[in-house]
Design a protein around this ligand. Structure first.
Ligand code: HMG
Ligand code: MG
Length: 298
């Protein structure tokens, strides 16, 4: 039988906040990570070491990394697009980084100013140096279910890039539905291809909820055998280079749905719900977690 434990990768502090127009104070980011660290979540993507000209909101990456309380059993990966980002991450004490490759040329150009091939070369250089420094690397394939500029994305391309990232030395690859266009049907098409070339235990589902499909897609991914899910507390987020994309699926909604379906996450839902309300108030946004709202009314 498949295991019933699902690992949640909380991406709110990075994917969730990167798109906020108003700079979120560093202390708020640090407090968000620290509060999340008390819920039972074991992976918290904390910030990104990308160009601050491209994503000003993550410009305080080093300060955030140095101020958070680190628990030995939690990992705090950071996003890095190139060796420059890796170097910054290592300097700031990161023990894990995440690289990202787009499955569409048009998106790669807009998000990384680079072709897919060029970005894979940068990822390769980064992974080699990361491994030499005992830094673990997670991979993302973004726009895996569709691209805001070119539309359809071929599942075979997603499978090929996922395998390339694993071959280069990533320990896990997250399949990113950056703009939330995927459905259970199109997720099945992508996972059918990808699981042919990458072990299902190495794959994660990264769903944005733009079209309201995220939970259905996650359950479909679980049926395929995936046991790693990326999500963002209060459904924070959106990608600055993906117009119209909403935030990630809310962690509260995922945890509620998983616990109600016989899965375990090790996460305290009540604590998560209060963090969702807290961070939404801090940044002046409505909390888009449905479970979060419902549980607050109780
Ligand atoms: P570029 O302009 O082509 O690169 O950007 P460059 O090498 O010419 O560098 C431009 C400037 O940035 C230079 O500074 C570099 O030194 C500096 P200047 O000489 O002009 O003063 N620079 C850096 N600074 C800090 N950290 C770095 C770094 N690299 C260069 N690492 C680049 C290329 C890759 C840098 C740029 O395109 C970039 O930073 N892109 C990141 C965009 C981004 O963060 N997008 C959001 C994350 S992806 C996402 O959200 C999807 C995901 O969630 C999955 C999903 O949803 O599917 C992961
Ligand atoms: Mg994302």
């Amino acid at each position: 039988a498949l295991p019933n434990f699902v690992k949640i990768v909380e991406v709110g502090p990075r994917d969730g906040l990167q798109n906020e127009k108003q700079l979120v104070p560093t202390e708020t980011k640090v407090e968000l990570v620290n509060r999340l660290g008390k819920t039972g979540i074991k992976v918290i993507e904390t910030t990104s070491f990308v160009s601050p000209k491209w994503v000003p909101q993550m410009g305080d990456n080093k300060q955030v990394m140095q101020a958070i309380d680190r628990h030995p059993d939690i990992s705090y990966p950071v996003l890095a697009p190139n060796v420059r980002g890796l170097d910054g991450a290592i300097e700031a004490g990161a023990e894990e980084v995440a690289v990202f490759i787009a499955a569409s040329e048009a998106f790669s150009k807009r998000n990384l100013n680079c072709t897919i091939k060029g970005s894979m070369e940068k990822a390769s250089e980064l992974i080699t140096k990361a491994k030499a420094n005992n830094v673990r690397v997670r991979g993302y394939v973004s726009c895996a279910l569709g691209c805001p500029f070119q539309g359809h994305v071929d599942p075979a391309v997603v499978a090929g890039l996922s395998k390339d990232l694993m071959d280069l030395g990533c320990y896990e690859v997250s399949i990113g539905d950056t703009i939330g266009v995927g459905t259970p049907g199109s997720w099945s098409a992508v996972l059918d291809e990808t699981t042919k070339v990458v072990g299902v235990e190495k794959l994660a589902a990264h769903c944005h909820d733009t079209y309201g499909q995220a939970l259905a897609n996650i359950h479909r991914a679980l049926e395929h055998g995936l046991r790693v899910v990326d999500s963002s507390v209060a459904g924070l987020g959106g990608c600055p280079y993906a117009p119209g994309a909403t935030g990630n699926v809310a962690t509260e909604d995922v945890v509620y749905s998983l616990h109600g379906s016989g899965y375990q996450t090790g996460i305290d839902l009540d604590k998560l719900v209060s963090i969702g309300h807290w961070i939404s108030a801090q940044i002046g946004r409505p909390n888009v977690s449905r479970a979060g709202k419902a549980l607050q009314l109780k």
